[in-house]
Design a protein around this ligand. Sequence first.
Ligand code: FAD
Length: 370
Amino acid sequence: HSYIVIGAGILGASTAYHLAKSGARVTLIDREEPGQATDAAAGIVCPWLSQRRNKKWYRLAKGGARYYPELIDKLKEDGETETGYEKVGAISLHTDEDKLEKMEQRAYKRREDAPEIGTITRLSPEETRALFPPLSSEYGSVHVSGGARVNGKAIRQALIRAAEKNGAVFYRSHASLIHEDSRVIGAETEERRLLADKVIVTAGAWGGELFRPLGLSLDITSQRAQIAHVEIPGEDTSAWPVVMPPTPQYMLAFENGRIVVGATHDDGVGFDHRVTAGGLHEIFDKALKIAPGLADSTMLEAKAGFRPFTPGFLPVFGEVPGWEGVLIANGLGASGLTVGPYLGAELARMVLGEKTELDPADYDVSEAII
Ligand code: FAD
């Protein structure tokens, strides 16, 4: 069987990798759209402390976090070690002891069916700061050893290279769908017309546009996220934990003193993929209150990407109702680095006619069709 995957963010790259690994013929196409979410994202994988109550979302996010170590091992077998993934642990901050108490209880409760959370430890402000020295001194925290960070760009590239090693072909091009009546039969790139048994569309924030020629209107929206990278010269930051402050912000460390702080939630900007003065102001205004020690760090770079959303902030995946030969997965929103690799594996299983771990009815594509 032959398959085409349109869109090689983390979701499409993972789908292509898992399909290729199973021996299928796979073509992956991506037009390298500026503002691709995956390229801009870095990267907390720590869904368990979230206060979001949606069970379907949590099941998906939990599965995503659990799957990472297995995926990293598979990629290693394919010779890919540069993924930016590291289980460095995570600290969730608060100044209020009651809130920390509740957070700790939530962590223990969630560990009952998610042992991958690892060790849960309540830390004093001094202990918290010892783990992430730039932090302000008033924050206590709950530390979970299973929290991880990942570099979106690095894991995406590792997945694409590993897919190619398993026989997949990757084209850098815009793609559109080719259809006959109510059946999608392939995709057209700038240079080629490709036929396939099935086409899988994992096109993120731009997913809706591919279906317009089919007369389908998809409810996919997007939100710009800006994020900044700074460096603390001469500091070994490689083992510093991910930091989750009480605000919807975060910071995390990579090797060589690199600290990533983000991200903004910019609505109503369309596909304007600029990094703005206001965006950076907001990021640093919030970040320096939490971690004043970053004031003297070196500014390295800033990025912007579009979080793709489907209705209810719940991802969808599966066949497009009323059509043959075409599947969609989309709506990874703010947690797509966590969810993407796992959902790609699930999507590959679905395409290959194997049983999925998740119930696809919970993530029904018709929810995203207007
Ligand atoms: P994308 O990565 O956007 O990929 C879609 C791809 O489709 C693009 O490469 C585009 O070029 C291609 N495409 C579209 N249309 C076509 C076409 N017609 N032809 C060819 N190619 C096409 N998640 C977490 O879990 N933890 C985090 O800490 C985190 N932080 C983030 C920080 C930022 C700044 C951002 C922007 C996101 C963050 N996320 C995080 C969310 C996560 O990055 C996204 O949910 C995820 O990357 C979405 O992946 P995707 O593959 O669906 O979309």
